[in-house]
Design a binder for this molecule. Structure first.
Ligand code: NAD
Length: 327
């Protein structure tokens, strides 16, 4: 492809991806599958990599999420809520591991977690009391959905220590709630939700908290924003401490000392995911040591110390070692 063709193709991909982003993040009504979206994004990233001078800060490749809805009060995130870089096969996981090892001096160990397919949210506690809950929005500015989040029973309104902290996680709709909701919507001749993720996002962005309360949502917390709570050395210690404070963390996380262990975890969950009672769309791999995380730092959009492995499209599930991506 010559330069002129690349410019045209980049322009067209950006327009298409912006449209999909709006449908997904703002309207909660996607018109294409996540896999189709991800493949278009990969195409854009490859073209931008080949022509770095064409990268602009407003490209969908450089931006997180979508703009917050005006119906809600805006919340400025003191620490940005970023997205994650993606890996789609074993080779890309090994490439991530190589980059990490080049970036730090000592040996590296990982934590693997299920990638919950829901809505990223941030919860703020002041002196141990839940004061504010917000969506990720565009990463810098989110929506204040405190009243809706208060209806989720697994969110503690008070934690076990008088800490001032922000924890981050994924609000989601369990399969059972999703099926019941769509059955009820069909009976009342309302449009069913496309998937549990959109149903969760749509429920939490309702102005009337009674609607969110009726939707039986749940949450897993997996990270922190502002954190004044003691000296912990690793992500795994944080997960354990968060659980002690009373937060619901996902029990399936695992320490994986090598990339081989990571790949085994990925393969196990590629097959076992259908037994869960909630939707996951991949595995998140994080460097465990917090000093190493700091050393690796961030790009404009993603931490360099983590990656999201995305499961292949539903119909093509197989071990990642066998996958051939047709981009
Ligand atoms: P992402 O899905 O690649 O991953 C980042 C997100 O994963 C985090 O922000 C967090 O919310 C979530 N997450 C879940 N479990 C986690 C865990 N254990 N630890 C850390 N994070 C965890 O990126 P994104 O920015 O949230 O969304 C982009 C993705 O959304 C696309 O790759 C695509 O799959 C989908 N999308 C689809 C459409 C569409 O039209 N179908 C449009 C836009 C985006």
């Amino acid at each position: 492809m010559n330069r002129e063709e690349a410019i045209e193709q980049i322009k067209s991909l950006r327009e298409e991806l912006e449209q999909y982003n709006h449908e997904y993040h703002v309207l909660d009504q996607p018109s294409v599958s996540d896999y189709q979206y991800d493949m278009k994004m990969q195409e854009l990233l490859k073209l931008e990599e080949a022509h770095p001078d064409l990268v602009t800060s407003d490209s969908p490749s450089q931006r997180v999420g979508g703009e917050p809805l005006d119906a809600f009060q805006k919340v400025q995130h003191t620490i940005p809520m970023l997205s994650l870089g993606n890996a789609f096969n074993e080779e890309e996981l090994r490439e991530f591991d190589r980059r990490v090892r080049e970036g730090v001096d000592e040996d590296v160990s990982y934590v693997c977690e299920l990638k919950i397919d829901g809505l990223a949210i941030s919860l703020r506690y002041e002196d141990g009391v839940f004061t504010q809950g917000a969506t990720r929005g565009d990463g810098t500015t989110g929506e204040d959905i405190t009243q809706n989040l208060r209806t989720i029973n697994s969110i503690p309104l008070r934690i076990k220590e008088e800490e001032t902290i922000e924890v981050r996680g994924e609000a989601f709709m369990p399969h059972r709630s999703f099926i019941a909701l769509n059955e009820a919507r069909e009976e009342s001749e309302e449009e069913p939700f496309a998937n549990p993720r959109n149903a969760a996002a749509g429920s939490l962005r309702q102005l009337d908290p009674k609607i969110a309360a009726s939707r039986n949502l749940d949450i897993f917390l997996y990270g922190v924003g502002q954190w004044d709570a003691g000296e912990l050395e690793s992500h795994s210690e944080r997960l354990e401490y968060m659980q002690k404070l009373g937060f619901k963390t996902n029990p399936e996380w695992k320490k994986c000392p090598t990339i081989e262990d990571v790949i085994t975890y990925v393969n196990t969950w590629t097959e076992a995911r259908e037994n869960l009672n909630y939707e996951i769309d991949g595995i998140v791999i994080k460097v465990d040591n917090l000093d190493q995380q700091e050393e690796l730092g961030f790009t404009a959009k993603n931490p360099r110390w983590a990656v999201a492995y995305k499961f292949p499209a539903e119909e093509a599930i197989t071990k990642i070692t066998d996958i051939e991506l047709s981009v």
